[in-house]
Design a protein around this ligand. Sequence first.
Ligand code: HEC
Length: 138
Amino acid sequence: MRSSPAAIVAAFCMLGVAHAQDAIPESLTGARGDAARGRTIVANRQVGLCLLCHSGPFPEERFQGNLAPDLRGAGTRWSEGQLRLRIVDSSRINPATIMPAYHRSEGLARVAPAWRGKPVLSAQQIEDVVAFLMTLRD
Ligand code: HEC
């Protein structure tokens, strides 16, 4: 079954509304992510690159960034939906942010044909990272 163009446009408009509200409350995959996989993505120097800028509870990682807030306590400071939005596209919160948009949805209708600008992280990876960040409670 194929979605009609109108349905796709409507879906992206709804995403836009969620963004405007400072959160993406719904899981991008419709399911909960895996926190253990999320931790691996965050700590990985090739995939997430999060530790280029952030530090966090990763005793095994010797070099961690100091350009951004420590990730400890992220699950207390933010709701799941707020974290999701910050990973998907931080520029929605702070247009001048240096944090990359890991799963930008904006403009997909224009970029379309071969999903030219593939997102850095897949929807599943975003959910895994969000699940991991939700475990950071101190
Ligand atoms: C190039 C630097 C950079 C990278 C890479 C980066 N971030 Fe960020 N991040 C920032 C900055 C700077 C902020 C502070 C808010 C702002 O300026 O937008 C931030 C904010 C955040 C916040 C909110 C922090 C808080 O508690 O106030 C979370 C959560 C976060 N980032 C998670 C991640 C994750 C997870 C990754 C990897 C998938 C990542 N970031 C990669 C720079 C970065």
